[in-house]
Every structure is written in structure tokens, then in C-alpha cells.
Design a protein around this ligand. Structure first.
Ligand SMILES: O=C(O)[C@@H](CO)OP(=O)(O)O
Length: 335
């Protein structure tokens, strides 16, 4: 693969394609045009400051315009990749409200949980999302879907049904354009809440009165003490972190922006991995419901950027050049 390049009044624009991709560009908007060749068609938006952006598969690519065409493919080596990772614990569930141990019991959100997810969606509405991972539990899936109702990209999150051949084939989309307007949502049991064993369904306060506060705190927050017949954080982390490394990190490495909607303990174990926390440090890590956390993945490292306060928070977009450019494209589309 080399870059297809063509001259435009603002500069030379290079896109991924093959050498045979000699094509032509026609203007289709104030600051956008469509490049059409024998092999592909792509809509390119001109951004300010000598950049353009376009989609390549699930990826949103921002490129600098050059005054000279290069004949080599722009590097896709991981050292140049910079992607956003949003982690979000589900909004308040009906058992959070009742203060019951929930674990793998599949409980929906409360009205407040719905509102939290919508608020979270506003906070991340300008951060790019190419793929979504959620657990197989409804509270995480509701949260993911509700956040995306607020996203400025206006794309439709669609759950992938790859559980068997028929499910996969019956859920196919037959329009390339429609597919481009969607965000794949991948559900994985490995991201589920830790299995709380015989505590599931019990009231947390009553359990503390019965077994003692310290014992219950150890079951809830220590790294390696499992509750009776349940998973310790360590056991939960084996499946959640393995899934993250095998499935989510490769997406970030290839430049895709990912949101993960999951649970207090599956996310605590992932954060432990991302931030290299010790088993003592993780004891104090508490994740509120419905609060999005942003990380930037760059040069093989995860940088914690905290929780965006609002969609217009200037600081969030100043984190990286590509986030700033992404926001600029959205603004140009919206206003
Ligand atoms: O009950 C649960 O499943 C979890 C999360 O709500 O509780 P805890 O915060 O005690 O780990």
C-alpha cells in the first residue's frame, strides 16, 4: 500500500490507497470534497491549520496537508498512534439504590442511573469513539447506549452479535453508508462485575453488622480475599485484564478510540493494570457510578487525563493535537 496523492488548491492531500488510485476530487461542501477513484471513495473534510480529516474503516484519520507528495504510506507504526480510551462505570442500578451486593446479577439502571449516563454522555460528547466494549450485563449496556445518545458524532451504537454463525449473518448491515454511520458495540462477559458469591442479593449494611465491618471491607476492597464462593479482585482481574490486553489494547494500538462501559471491580482491575497500581494501592480506588474517565494511549503508554468536566472543557481537547482537530471537525459540521 502507498498513499494516493492528489493536488488540491490548499495543498497536496494523501490518502491510503493503492497506486492505481488515480482519481478525482469534487467539491461537496464549503470545506469538504469527495475523492473518487476506481477502488475507493472517501469524503475529506478540510480543517484549518493545514490539516484534513477522513474516515478509514472505523478510524478517523487526521492528516497534515503537504506541499510535496510523498510516495510512501504514512507510518502506522504504534509509536505514532495516539488514541482515546474512555472508561465508565455504569450509572446507579436498582440494587445500588437498595445497597445490595449485585455482582453478576443482571439488574437495570434506576432513573437516576439513566440521568447519570446521559450526563456522562454530555461530558464526552466531543471525544472520538470508534468502538465500544461493554460487559454482558444490562446496566453497563444501558449506560453505553445512553451516553451515545448525547454524542455529537450522531452515530448509532450497534451491538455485534457474533455468538454464532446465524446470529452474525442475521444481524448483517447491507449498506456501506449506514455501516459507516454506526459504532460497533462488543459485549464481553469478561468485563462483568466480579462474582460476589453468596453475598449477591444481601444488604451491605446488614452484612457488615453480621460479619463485622472489617471483614466486609476486606471482601469488598482487598485484592485477594474472595467473598464466600465468589471472586476476589485478583480473580476478576485475571479475566478482565486478559480481555483488555487481548481485545481492547490492540484496537487502541491501531489508532481506534474506544469506550469501555463496565463495573466497579472489573474497571478497578483494568485501572490497576493501566496505572501500574499495587495490590495495596487498589484498595483505596473507588469509582463513582456514571463518571467517565479519559486516558490517552500513546507510545505504548496510558496517560490518565481524569474526568472531562463538560463537552466544552477546553483542557480536554488540548490534551492532544488529534483531539483538538477532531473537535474542530465536529464544530465545523455543527455550526
Ligand atoms: O455490589 C456490587 O456488585 C459491587 C458494585 O456495586 O459492590 P462493591 O462496591 O461492594 O464492590
Amino acid at each position: 500500500m502507498v498513499a494516493a496523492a492528489f493536488r488540491h488548491p490548499v495543498g497536496i492531500i494523501q490518502l491510503h490507497g493503492s497506486l492505481s488510485d488515480a482519481g478525482s476530487a469534487s467539491k461537496c461542501g464549503h470545506s469538504s470534497f469527495r475523492f473518487i477513484s476506481k477502488n475507493f471513495a472517501v469524503d475529506v473534510a478540510l480543517l484549518g491549520k493545514g490539516h484534513c480529516s477522513y474516515r478509514q474503516g472505523q478510524q478517523h484519520v487526521v492528516r497534515a496537508l503537504s506541499s510535496q507528495a510523498q510516495t510512501t504510506c504514512p507510518s502506522s507504526s504504534s509509536s505514532h498512534v495516539e488514541s482515546a480510551l474512555i472508561l465508565i462505570r455504569h450509572g446507579e442500578s436498582m440494587w445500588n439504590e437498595k445497597n445490595l451486593f449485585t455482582g453478576c446479577v443482571d439488574v437495570p439502571l434506576t432513573k437516576r442511573g439513566v440521568d447519570e449516563a446521559i450526563e456522562a454522555g454530555k461530558r464526552i460528547s466531543n471525544i472520538p469513539v470508534d468502538m465500544i466494549y461493554t460487559s454482558s450485563l444490562i446496566r453497563a449496556q444501558m449506560t453505553a447506549m445512553l451516553t451515545m445518545t448525547q454524542h455529537h458524532c450522531k452515530k448509532v451504537p450497534i451491538i455485534m452479535h457474533n455468538e454464532n454463525r446465524q446470529a452474525k449473518s442475521w444481524s448483517q448491515i447491507y449498506s456501506e453508508d449506514t455501516e459507516k454511520q454506526s459504532i460497533p458495540v462488543i459485549t464481553a462477559w469478561q468485563l462483568n462485575e466480579r462474582m460476589y458469591g453468596e453475598l449477591q442479593g444481601l444488604n451491605k449494611l446488614e452484612t457488615a453488622e453480621r460479619y463485622g465491618k472489617e471483614q466486609v471491607h476486606e471482601w469488598r476492597r482487598s485484592y485477594n480475599s474472595p467473598p464466600p464462593n465468589g471472586e476476589s479482585l485478583e480473580m476478576c482481574s485475571h479475566r478482565a485484564v486478559a480481555y483488555f490486553k487481548d481485545h481492547i489494547q490492540p484496537q487502541l494500538q491501531s489508532g481506534r478510540h474506544v469506550m469501555v462501559a463496565a463495573h466497579g471491580n472489573s474497571l478497578r482491575s483494568i485501572i490497576m493494570y493501566l496505572e501500574n497500581l499495587t495490590s495495596l494501592e487498589v484498595v483505596n480506588l473507588e469509582l463513582p457510578t456514571g463518571l467517565p474517565l479519559l486516558y490517552i494511549y500513546k507510545e505504548g503508554k496510558f496517560m490518565r487525563r481524569g474526568s472531562p468536566v463538560g463537552p466544552t472543557e477546553a483542557g480536554v481537547y488540548a490534551y492532544t493535537e488529534s483531539l483538538a482537530l477532531y473537535k474542530q471537525t465536529l464544530d465545523e459540521k455543527l455550526y
